[in-house]
Design a protein around this ligand. Structure first.
Ligand code: HEM
Length: 412
């Protein structure tokens, strides 16, 4: 087994600058690597990463320390029947019918409100002026929470994601995450109690009412799930939206093709998830010793599965370092279901419950943005730079466009 010294270290600035170069070295030279500082194995090949997600021997016990201190106990930690019952309680709200009938208008209105603030200006930083607000505003509205508290929600989810990705164990990040748990509980528990007494047609009321085989969710369960939703549904979709535009702007002919044929948006989003996934790594803890490429993973140790590396494995995707909306070896039909072949939403029983919501948000958002900015472009000489190691996306995306265009597409 190789050691971390031979290839760019996961915690090094070199890795953060260009993880994709490092991923190639990981896949080729160190498919199973022990990282001493992280106390974790690292796997990078497509077959290994997809096995880690699918094979139940790889438990999610790692979330006991990686997430429970900030969220409380959530669905991500559960397994077996306990997990399937909990999943059945929450999943209906995120399926196609419910999404279309209840939440599509919320998604459309939130996107339009953000675009209205800049459509006449002729310029916007898509990251700070749109993407970081859009998905979180949608979840806040879906749950029936107060948009006036937006800044607090954003601070909370940013500290939760930082806690999850605190690979270097920075004590300041740990303390901020623990503070968030206390603050979020103090905010949320009275809201949940009130919603039980005065239910409405929002997702929070649905969660309060949900019951399967006599099992329902306690106030603490619901609070933990809402905390997970803010973090899992906020930063991820935010980065995906910016990355989609960064990828298209770098390839004007593909941007033109998507602008002219909006049915290509899901393909462009699926390719974005493969090429530049918002979540670059996910951990697991095997219950028994397991053989993977390059050696044995010991029971109880942590395994870090590099989604960003697996999605660019040349054994799975032809010419993997090329962004191509028209590639034939990535299925856009299954990209947002548990039958997906890219690994950006993981696979198996913890496959992202919000994948269809993310797809709907990106379809609505991309359609409205393309309508509002028909001639969108980057300033001359500007090249987007990605930032982040655990989660990753464009740091900033300043766009120029001719103001005054109206939204005309069917999605608006
Ligand atoms: C592009 C956007 C998104 C990406 C890339 C993404 C990624 C992921 C990944 C990788 C997992 C699996 C974690 C694991 O197996 O350890 C996951 C699970 C999950 N995601 Fe997402 N997510 C996205 C959007 C959303 C949205 C919009 C929501 C809801 C508002 C959401 C809610 C969840 C939940 C609740 C789980 C846990 C499912 C379970 O444990 O059964 N995600 N997501």
């Amino acid at each position: 087994m190789a050691t971390a010294r031979q290839i760019p270290d996961l915690l090094s600035p070199e890795f953060a600058r260009d993880p994709y170069r490092a991923y190639r070295a990981y896949r080729e030279d160190a498919p199973l690597l022990w990282h001493e500082a992280m106390q974790s194995y690292v796997v990078s090949r497509y077959d290994d990463v997809s096995r880690v997600f699918r094979d139940p021997v790889f438990t999610t016990a790692n979330y006991d320390w990686q997430l429970e201190p900030v969220h409380g106990r959530t669905i991500l930690q559960l397994s077996g029947r306990e997990h399937s019952v909990r999943r059945a309680l929450v999943a209906p709200a995120f399926r196609g019918d419910e999404l279309r009938s209840t939440f599509l208008p919320v998604i459309e209105a939130n996107s339009r409100r953000l675009i209205d603030a800049f459509r006449d200006r002729g310029e916007v930083d898509l990251v700070t002026g749109y993407s970081t607000h859009f998905p979180i505003n949608v979840i806040v509205d879906m749950l029936g929470l107060d948009q006036a508290d937006h800044a607090r929600f954003q601070r909370w989810y940013t500290s939760i994601i930082a806690f999850l990705g605190n690979l270097a164990q920075d004590p300041g990040v740990t303390a901020a995450g623990e503070r968030t748990r206390t603050e979020f509980a103090a905010y949320m528990l009275p809201v949940i109690r009130d919603r039980r007494a005065n239910p409405g047609d929002d997702l929070l009321s649905t969660l309060c009412r949900a019951e399967i085989d006599g099992t329902s969710m306690s106030d603490e369960d619901i609070k933990a799930f809402c905390s997970l939703l803010l973090a899992a549904g906020g930063e991820t979709t935010d980065k995906a939206m910016s990355a989609l535009f960064a990828n298209l702007l770098a390839r004007p002919e593909q941007l033109a093709a998507v602008r002219d044929d909006r049915s290509l948006i899901p393909r462009a989003f699926a390719e974005t998830l493969r090429y530049t996934p918002p979540v670059h790594m996910i951990m697991r803890q095997p219950a028994e010793d397991v053989e993977l490429s390059g050696g044995t993973v010991k029971a109880g140790r942590t395994v870090t599965a590099l989604i960003g590396a697996a999605n660019r494995d040349p054994d799975r995707y032809a010419d993997p370092d090329t962004f191509d909306v028209f590639r034939t070896d990535l299925s856009a039909t299954t990209a947002f279901s548990a039958a997906a072949d890219h690994l950006a939403f993981a696979l198996g029983r913890h496959f992202c419950v919000g994948a269809l919501l993310a797809k709907t948000e990106v379809e609505v958002g991309a359609n409205q943005l393309l309508d509002a900015m028909p001639d969108l472009r980057l300033p001359a000489g500007f090249t987007p730079v990605e930032q982040g190691v655990f989660t990753r996306g464009p740091a900033s995306l300043p766009l120029l466009f001719t103001p005054g265009a109206r939204i005309v597409s069917g999605a608006a």
